[in-house]
Design a binder for this molecule. Structure first.
Ligand SMILES: [Mg+2]
Length: 200
């Protein structure tokens, strides 16, 4: 068995994390509007670009803000949902892969500081999640999958794309009440879970 799991809003309480992250900017006198306007670069959150831009265009003390952020980002384990560790231990490291989208360094930093690296065999960061899955299965031909495979995500958009590419995979829509999105189950989602207290 192999399980491919999304990170944000599935393993990690991104809503709370983002709220606390933004609060650090506000504490330095940066407005909510400015924080949001400078967050995304090529559709992805990019903290370094944001800091450089704020320094250049708004004369914000980048070093001071960076120091505060570095302290905050040192340990993100409190944002891991409480049911995650037991679930991952049960499935087993040899069967587990993170399949996540976002800026690669930023996603890897969050995963690592959340203390989750050792629970996973490998990590794929990219928009084409089906490609990441097939890469880890070491298959050129998706029809050759011999073992049971699962894909767990909170976004229907990704589930749909993965299921279309890999029809034999079992897709699970994870709808946590703490999640930022409220995607509705459709025909591409084989199951819908509220949390990770379920068993594969
Ligand atoms: Mg997600």
């Amino acid at each position: 068995m192999k399980a491919f799991i999304d990170f944000d809003d599935v393993l990690f309480n991104t809503k709370e994390f983002k709220k606390d992250l933004m609060a650090i900017f506000y504490s330095q006198g940066i407005s909510r509007q400015l924080v949001y306007d400078t967050m995304y670069w090529d559709e992805k959150y990019n903290l370094n670009k944001q800091l450089k831009f704020l320094e250049k265009e708004y004369k914000i003390d980048r070093q001071k803000l960076k120091t505060k952020l570095d302290i905050f980002l040192q340990d993100l384990s409190k944002y891991v949902f409480p049911d995650v560790h037991d679930f991952l231990k049960t499935v087993g490291r040899e069967n587990l892969f993170i399949i996540s989208y976002g800026h690669s360094d930023w996603q890897r930093l969050k995963i690592s500081r959340a203390g989750l690296n050792n629970f996973f065999q490998d990590i794929f960061i990219g928009k084409d999640k089906a490609r990441g899955i097939l890469q880890f299965l070491n298959l050129d031909d998706k029809n050759k999958i011999s073992e049971k495979t699962y894909f767990i995500d909170d976004r229907v958009e990704y589930i749909e794309k993965v299921k279309k590419q890999i029809p034999t995979i079992t897709t699970i829509l994870l709808k946590r009440k703490e999640g930022r999105y409220n995607d509705q189950k459709n025909k591409w989602c084989d199951q819908e879970w509220e949390n990770l207290k379920n068993k594969l």
